[in-house]
Design a protein around this ligand. Structure first.
Ligand code: CTP
Ligand code: CA
Length: 226
């Protein structure tokens, strides 16, 4: 009975998800990247699809196959991800930003490979557009869920991000040495907060965490849209 209920939880709902890292080119052969595997976003896309949603996944470069039944759009840079997401927010009911978007990108991309010269090399980096904030700022916006990769005071930072970005919900997990889940891991534990409450999703496989988070998102989405 539970499986049947989960199957219908998001039927008719359009879910847009960003996932993976971005790559910011320095020259034709080099880039600035990060350790995001994309696993959480891909697991959420599959979980939302299993819940009956129509899912679009905008993905940075990852070593994962596109989930069956999910429209997957591949991008590379933060600017490309921003454009791909903004072009698809129109029909979306829920936006989930799991991507580890580069905060800064090289101010200019060298058009030939940078040669090794002195003892130091300086790169000037400029801020990238904040995709989550842009989606949350839309007049006719979807229900917006952000992710926060934090170390230390996770709950405080997650609440601060909820407010700063104007999101409806933020899910945070501790990353870095000693933390139980996060980048490049198959398990995850999340602290999830929204304006009226919060909850802990204890350590579980990313597949299971995704299933629980989709449930929670559906609950909050319907609470605010009925
Ligand atoms: N995010 C985004 N666009 C960016 C940077 C971040 O959409 N240019 C989104 C991420 O996908 C995530 C959320 O914002 O859902 C939080 O990302 P995070 O890196 O934790 O927050 P930042 O605002 O970038 O702050 P900082 O890295 O300084 O903690
Ligand atoms: Ca960031």
């Amino acid at each position: 009975a539970e499986a049947l209920a989960a199957e219908r939880l998001l039927s008719g709902i359009r879910v847009l998800i960003s996932a993976g890292p971005t790559r910011e080119p320095i020259d034709p052969v080099r880039f600035i990247g990060n350790r995001s595997s994309g696993k959480m976003g891909y697991a959420l896309a599959a979980a939302a699809r299993n819940a009956g949603a129509e899912v679009t996944l905008v993905s940075g470069p990852v070593a994962l196959d596109a989930p069956a039944g999910v429209e997957t759009v591949r991008v590379e840079t933060a600017a490309e991800m921003h454009a791909a997401v903004m072009a698809r927010t129109g029909g979306a009911d829920i936006y989930i930003g799991t991507a580890a978007v580069a905060d800064y990108t090289p101010g200019r991309v060298a058009d030939t490979k940078i040669k090794k010269h002195g003892e130091q090399l300086e790169l000037t980096l400029i801020r990238t557009p904040d995709i989550l904030r842009s989606v949350a700022a839309l007049a006719d916006r979807p229900f917006v869920v952000g992710f926060a990769a934090e170390t230390g005071e996770v709950e405080t930072y997650a609440r601060a991000k909820l407010e700063a970005k104007g999101a409806d919900m933020v899910a945070a997990n501790e990353v870095g040495s000693g933390a139980p889940g996060g980048f490049e891991r198959d398990e995850n534990a999340l602290f999830v907060c929204w304006r009226g409450g919060e909850c802990h999703l204890p350590l579980a496989s990313k597949t299971e965490i995704a299933r629980r988070l989709i449930r929670l998102i559906a609950d909050r989405y319907y609470a605010e849209n009925t």
